[in-house]
Write a protein that binds this ligand. Sequence first.
Ligand code: F0G
Length: 457
Amino acid sequence: MELPFAESWRIKMVEPIKKSTREEREQWMKEANYNLFQLRSEQVYIDCLTDSGTGAMSDRQWAAVMMGDESYAGSSSFFHLKETINKITGFEYVIPTHQGRAAENVLFSHLVKAGSIVPGNSHFDTTKGHIESRKATALDCTIDEAKDTQLEIPFKGNVDPKKLEKALAEHHENVPFIIVTITNNTAGGQPVSMQNLREVRAIADKYGKRVVLDSARFAENAYFIKTREEGYADKTIKEIALEMFSLADGMTMSAKKDGIVNMGGFIATRHEDWYEGAKRFCIPFEGYLTYGGMNGRDMEALAVGLDENTEFDNLETRIHQVEFLAGLLDEYGIPYQRPVGGHAIFVDASKVLTKVPKEEFPAQTLAIELYLEAGVRGCEIGYILADRDPVTRENRFGGLDLLRLCVARRVYTDNHMKVIAAALKNVFDRRDEITRGVEIVWEAELMRHFTVKLNKL
Ligand code: F0G
């Protein structure tokens, strides 16, 4: 008999989690103004809000924590981290930051000016926020296929070379760099192929532009290249990662995802001028250059995390669990962005809650219903998160309206996945009874989803 698949680790420490009653959840949800970010974590049974900073560190990472060198300047932990990043990415210059958006803030302070145009593939919300807050434009050049959630193609996160070429032909004087997000979180954790990275490189070279990889989930992207793209099956994840980065000029990194640490990030680049420029903003915003926004102990844990999570077994275990959850949704007929991506399931709320008008935010409504059903917390990646158009101030209904269910790294078991799927099925089964959504009572101008106050209609 063939042996079944099993995790590439065993568990050394556990953390209790608690169930609640529907009455309790109704009260808590109301108190949180129907915004799942406003819930307390004790009010959540299974937390799928994000895979960011929620992973479980390994015994080697915890051991590394004890080796942290907290020297203000010249910390040996910084050099351990820098050497690991040099080895994995080939980028020589490294600036640690407290998380990914801080890396964006520091690098973009140097590069993005009012009127700049930054083309890319579905910029993440903080990336978009850091561009738009500088009165610049984040120009989405993702392939159109990414919007068809039921279409199965292997690299649905790709940049459309035609759109990118057009953007550069029209705006090249105002383009400081191109940004490619690997994997493409907003489009559903969808990977970008090596071939596509090569095409982006060629267009960038034609116009003399540089390329930044938003690399929060670069290891998962490398896993998909290995398992889906011709010619990569026999390459290691580390070889693939090095090749991906060889096609770029620099990276911003949220280490809270594929670095498997609870906090941290960095900028890395091969260009001294970018390093010199970004340095000027690191010191006032983040901290001195050999710690940026991080503790010595966290830099040690990150060095180990990057090394471990660029090994195939660890990634295979992780992606296998996400695929397991997707398999259950297939069984129940629940539509999600196909094929399933790296870190989450993105349920297509507009295909589930067909009776809720888009002005009443179907994906947010579905997130609320799932929480009320079983205490499972997901997150809207849809019309609320899309913010308003900075010029017209209208809601942006042009993109997808998805409920994201993230799977934390090395945290939950497949039994938890079964609970998530069953809870979602229960909501799905009564989808036609759900006809009203939510309305906005208060919102911030940018990144409104974190603090928005809603009223249930
Ligand atoms: N880029 C991508 C692709 C991301 O997914 C995130 C964060 C960031 C940048 C910013 O990094 O949080 O460390 O400041 N994504 C989280 C999420 C928050 O839930 O997807 P950060």
